[in-house]
Design a protein around this ligand. Structure first.
Ligand SMILES: [Zn+2]
Length: 354
């Protein structure tokens, strides 16, 4: 997940908010979406929590959208955009379907229980189709995926400066520092092999004590089947949610083709779409996904999708607790434009170095 300075609470919010208000007032987002109405927005959600806000660390990046905000976002989609099933995107890329203007696809990664308990009733109320990407070997498991466990563990660590095996000293003196520590440790562990990562998590647990990542609870197969019957498209999010670019070709194949076979056997229906875990992919991973028989590969590269997008490099917009105005801007992909513009400005300010 991309983490902005605002999400990390870096104290530059007033300037950003002013810039944001100016952007909305200028009418640029509406104009941009009008100019890009032939592009498809694919939204990436994870969970829906009982209320908005980001208390503590467990939801520091807003991966769990508050129920009230999710409701408002879906109402906005219904009013201003054209929600379509993921399969329509697939068919349009194969040339057998023409998508409506301002088409948008809703997806959920990881297979969290809150998709059934909180998201499903809202989606049904508004008649919005959605797709769910499950981690084949994690479905029905009692342990959450490690990123959710890490958030709960870092929330439980005592305040102050804590020294941990292999991680060194973590600054937990303020909530902002604790969130930064979480983002840094998580980023490091995303690039760490599974066995070593398990040891590091155990070392944190040794100091923090056991932590329950309630919002990280996973669906079981019966619930996934129920979602499929309710009209959800079920996609594959690998077997164990490892960073596929770090695995051997054999291990990566098991994560892709093995997981596809497991989900298809459990559901009795074909699985056509794959979402790269944590958005990590390279040529080899893309080739494995294509060879395993998938028709779509979804990334977390931000942006809208042109009609001729590579079906194995579909971009998605990570959605958090945005209010309807910010959500409307996010749907234009304009955040990408503004951050690219900010990067360009910084480069020009210090002399051009591409
Ligand atoms: Zn994931």
């Amino acid at each position: 997940m991309t983490v902005t300075q605002q999400e990390m609470g870096c104290g530059r919010i007033p300037t950003k908010q002013l810039a944001f208000k100016a952007l909305v007032a200028s009418g640029a987002p509406a104009l941009w979406r009008w100019l890009t109405q032939d592009r498809v927005a694919v939204l990436c959600y994870h969970g829906v929590s009982s209320s908005s806000g980001r208390p503590g660390v467990w939801n520091a990046d807003g991966v769990h959208v508050g129920l009230d905000r999710f409701e408002a976002q879906m109402a906005y989609l219904k009013r201003r955009q054209q929600p379509v099933p993921l399969s329509w995107l697939c068919e349009s890329l194969e040339g057998s379907r023409r998508l409506p203007a301002r088409a948008v696809v809703v997806t959920f990664d990881d297979g969290l229980r809150s998709v059934v308990t909180r998201a499903l009733p809202v989606l049904q109320k508004h008649g919005i189709p959605a797709a769910l990407f499950v981690v084949a070997e994690a479905v029905g498991g009692s342990a959450p995926l490690w990123t959710y466990r890490l958030g709960a563990l870092i929330d439980r660590l005592p305040p102050g400066r804590v020294t941990l095996d292999r991680l060194g000293q973590l600054d937990l003196t303020t909530l902002r520092a604790r969130r930064l520590a979480f983002f840094r440790v998580r980023q490091r562990l995303k690039l760490t092999p599974a066995a070593e990562r398990a040891d590091i998590l155990k070392a944190i647990e040794h100091v923090a004590g056991p932590a329950i990542a309630q919002e990280g609870e996973l669906l079981d197969w019966e619930e996934v089947r129920r979602l499929a019957e309710e009209g959800f498209e079920i996609g594959c999010h690998s077997a164990t949610h490892e960073n596929l670019t770090l695995l051997s070709a054999d291990a990566s194949w098991r994560e892709v083709a093995g997981a596809k076979a497991t989900i298809e056997e459990r559901l009795g229906r074909p699985v056509k779409a794959f979402a790269y875990p944590d958005g990590f992919y390279n040529e080899r991973v893309v080739e494995a996904v294509r060879s395993a028989g998938f028709s779509l590969g979804l990334t977390t590269d931000p942006g809208l999708n042109r009609p001729a997008v590579d079906p194995f490099r579909v971009k998605r917009l990570l959605i958090g607790d945005e209010d309807p105005v910010a959500f409307g801007v996010a749907l234009t992909g304009i955040r990408v434009v503004t951050s690219a513009a900010a990067g360009l400005g910084r480069r020009l300010a210090r002399g051009w170095r591409p």
